[in-house]
Design a protein around this ligand. Structure first.
Ligand code: G6P
Ligand code: MN
Length: 448
């Protein structure tokens, strides 16, 4: 089986390859093609993968190319993990927003919209190319903002594109472990949009254990999201939100913490990765060890500003010890390729799952996965406040998709202005001014 990775020079590709190396079963991936627009980054990552494969007899064969069509032909699976504008673009997204007093995170609020406006046209072009050259391939989208980008691609690929994120699985695992339950045997009742969902129950052998957790402040203090949101607020919600909801529920504090930070997350990662890819130009650099050290530093500083704002202490990434998004991707590929029926939390089209959204709206929900793809499981309705957030943000995503299609500046202003974390239409206009100035890739936003 051939897997093609778009954005193959990306920093997290070795995580995926590491997961593939541990898979020795029938029907596994035997060939990996890395595609990237940047040959230097491709070469750097290829060196890391080569070291990972040392001594493993059945390691998937590697090809690296800057030719998209060559990469796509014959692919059974395509992972899309691109970053339009690079990490410098991410840092600019944050800066423009923070200077106007609003959030610039890469997936939430103004920053997510700016990143979406840059990424959607590119993702759509890729989707068109895949539909033409590898119409049978399954496409797994990792590219953020993952829900929005998956929806854009689904307009060309239908249900053959599935979006993934590791935060719901990680959250479910952390809750299960806090309760002393086996994560593998727990059914997690989670639903929403990507980076905008809630765990409403954790069922083991037919019993919901979440009420016990919510009633116990001490237990709530034992895991990341419990500390981030605080026991009182979680009890009020009657659910445990995805960590990204910290940006909504504690928006002022999060914005202030990011404004006061010495460097934004994007700027930190931009500098960190410049260092990594720079070192990799020297053939004497030990590739795997250097990559691993850089990755550990990235993991340890993840969402540090939010934790500071909440007084939540050091990062605890239990729940990720069995692997993050690469494991979700591998489980998904296995289920589809070998018809191993399983359930996974994925980004797919809504159909009739959430009554407030139309059938084509991409949501994040537990899905039944087999050779026929991923199908969302029936879910209880969300409470009104969650319906409000989910529909408001879906409205924003639709405005982004409209703007990407029409090239209309007014549609872009509408996307920003409708976001619950942008508090004025005039701020939205200034955001569009700031972003079009910062990003040549947004020059397509013209006219009304
Ligand atoms: C989590 C999120 C991803 C994000 C990743 C890395 O896993 O779910 O969407 O890409 O963190 O975040 P970072 O800030 O390190 O780029
Ligand atoms: Mn994610």
């Amino acid at each position: 089986m051939k897997l093609t990775i778009l954005g193959g020079g990306g920093f997290r590709v070795p995580l995926v390859y590491g997961a593939l190396l541990a898979d020795h079963a029938e029907g596994r991936v035997t060939a990996v093609t890395l595609y990237d627009t940047d040959a230097g980054r491709l070469a750097a990552v290829a060196r890391v993968l080569a070291e990972q494969a040392e001594g493993i007899a059945d390691a998937p064969a590697l090809v690296a190319t800057t030719d998209l069509d060559e990469a796509l032909r014959g692919a059974d699976f395509v992972f899309s993990a691109i970053r339009v504008g690079g990490l410098a673009g991410r840092a600019a997204d944050e800066r423009v927003a923070l200077d106007l007093g609003v959030l610039g995170q890469e997936t939430v609020g103004a920053g997510g919209i700016a990143y979406g406006l840059r990424t959607v046209p590119v993702a759509v072009e890729l989707a068109r190319r895949i539909a033409l050259l590898a119409p049978e391939a399954w496409v797994i989208n990792f590219t953020n903002p993952a829900g929005l980008v998956t929806e854009a691609m689904s307009r060309h690929l239908g249900d053959r594109v599935i979006g993934i994120c590791d935060s719901p699985v990680g959250l479910g695992r952390r809750i299960a472990l806090a309760l002393g339950a086996d994560p593998a045997r727990a059914r997690i009742d989670y639903i929403g949009l990507n980076h905008l969902g809630w765990v409403r129950g954790l069922h083991v052998e037919g019993r919901d254990l979440l009420p016990r957790l919510l009633a116990d402040p001490e237990l709530l203090g034992t895991f990341e999201e419990g500390r981030l949101f605080g026991a009182d607020w979680l009890r009020s919600l009657g659910a445990v939100p995805n960590e990204y909801l910290h940006y909504y529920y504690f928006n002022r504090e999060a914005v202030r913490a990011y404004q006061e930070a010495e460097r934004t997350r994007g700027a930190f990662l931009r500098d960190q990765q410049e260092g990594f890819y720079g070192l990799m130009k020297d053939p004497a650099t030990p590739a795997l060890a250097t990559w691993d050290r850089t990755r550990a530093e990235r993991d340890a500083t993840y969402m540090a500003e939010n934790r500071d704002a909440a007084g939540a202490g050091e990062r605890d990434d239990s729940g990720m010890d069995s692997g993050g998004y690469e494991q979700v991707a591998l489980a998904l590929m296995r289920a589809v390729a070998r018809d191993e029926r399983t359930s996974l939390i994925l980004n797919v089209r809504n159909r009739t799952t959430l009554a407030a959204l139309d059938a084509d709206a991409v949501i994040e929900a537990p899905c039944l996965v087999d050779a026929n793809g991923a199908h969302p499981l029936a879910a209880d309705p969300l409470p009104y406040h969650a319906v409000g957030l989910v529909t408001a943000v879906k409205g924003v995503e639709r405005a982004v998709l409209d703007a990407a299609e029409s090239g209309s500046r007014a549609d872009a202003v509408k996307a920003f202005a409708l976001h619950p974390l942008v508090d004025s239409v005039s701020v939205a206009r200034r955001l569009v001014d700031g972003y079009t100035e910062a990003h040549p890739a947004l020059a397509y936003l013209r006219g009304r």
